[in-house]
Design a protein around this ligand. Structure first.
Ligand SMILES: NC(=O)c1ccc[n+]([C@@H]2O[C@H](COP(=O)([O-])OP(=O)(O)OC[C@H]3O[C@@H](n4cnc5c(N)ncnc54)[C@H](O)[C@@H]3O)[C@@H](O)[C@H]2O)c1
Length: 256
């Protein structure tokens, strides 16, 4: 594992200066791994925002940890907490991971899913834009929707034609299910917040990066009924990996 004392350089060879990162959703699956990476391999500081901190407890205590001065936990709900703008203001970069993002919820809690992925993210985008702070926003691969090929009859020879099954990020049409198919509420909410971020960039100069993860699985992920068998197999693999390699990390864990 690289040491935080090793000077990191950018693509031009210039030393990267330590920055302060406001990480919203830091207490979740991806956030907890990202915090770990930032603290152990970079000199950056993290203002970790979440309603829970059980997955990052090992990074917060005891005070004698080597990065103790570089992480602060702020327990707050971004829906309704006036401290949010202050935290974004005093950071150089904001990473927003907060969301309801469990497939079981899209069908059973579509309102919460839409509010969480769109409405609750609005103040984060607004404060970043108004205060000229860069935003890295976590979206999802679900915004790619379905391919044209998936709607063709099973025996159609066109199914073998890449033009129908290869999805091109910038040019393929976006196909979602109809409104009553509630599992698309997550993808639609994520796409709308992406569009808003893009528009803030175009009209008001917001600097942003949008990340669209596929299904990342590994230690500390929440229980997902449909994925349980897959996760058990994968956890076995993870333990084997962790034993045989001291480099085991989240980056080696994602599946497209
Ligand atoms: N894990 C994946 O495979 C995957 C795939 C595609 C997209 N994503 C996206 O990446 C992001 C992170 O995913 P994850 O798997 O770590 O999810 P997660 O549920 O483990 O983490 C999300 C965290 O956000 C926090 N949070 C939610 N609403 C909040 C609020 N109102 N105020 C404060 N904190 C709040 C939760 O407490 C949780 O700790 C999400 O935006 C998700 O949509 C993840």
């Amino acid at each position: 594992m690289a040491s935080s004392t090793t000077a990191r350089v950018d693509l031009d060879g210039n030393t990267i200066k330590p920055i302060t990162i406001c990480m919203i959703g830091a207490g979740g699956f991806i956030g907890s791994h990202l915090c770990e990476k930032l603290l152990t391999e970079t000199p950056h500081s993290v203002l970790a925002v979440d309603v829970y901190n059980d997955k990052i407890k090992h990074l917060l205590e005891p005070d004698s940890l080597p990065w103790a001065g570089r992480i602060q936990f702020h327990r707050l709900n971004i829906k309704n907490d006036s401290r949010l703008e202050g935290l974004i203001k005093c950071s150089d970069l904001t990473i927003n991971l907060a969301a309801i993002c469990t497939p079981a919820d899209y069908n059973t809690r579509p309102l919460d899913t839409i509010y969480s992925n769109f409405i609750d993210a609005l103040p984060v985008v607004k404060y970043c834009s108004e205060n000229n702070k860069r935003l890295i926003h976590f979206s999802t691969c679900e915004v790619y929707g379905k391919t044209i090929g998936s709607y063709l009859p099973k025996d159609s020879p066109l199914r073998q034609d890449p033009a129908y099954y290869i999805l091109k990020e910038d040019t393929s049409p976006c196909i979602f299910g109809s409104v009553e198919k509630q599992r698309w509420s997550y993808a639609c909410a994520k796409q709308l917040i992406e569009r808003l971020i893009y528009a803030e960039g175009a009209e008001n100069g917001l600097e942003f990066t949008i990340v669209r993860p596929f299904n990342w699985i590994g230690p500390r992920m929440d229980f997902i009924p449909g994925l349980m068998v897959q996760v058990r197999v994968f956890q076995g693999f993870w333990h084997a990996l962790a034993i045989t390699s001291s480099e085991g990390s989240l980056s080696s864990l994602w599946m497209g």
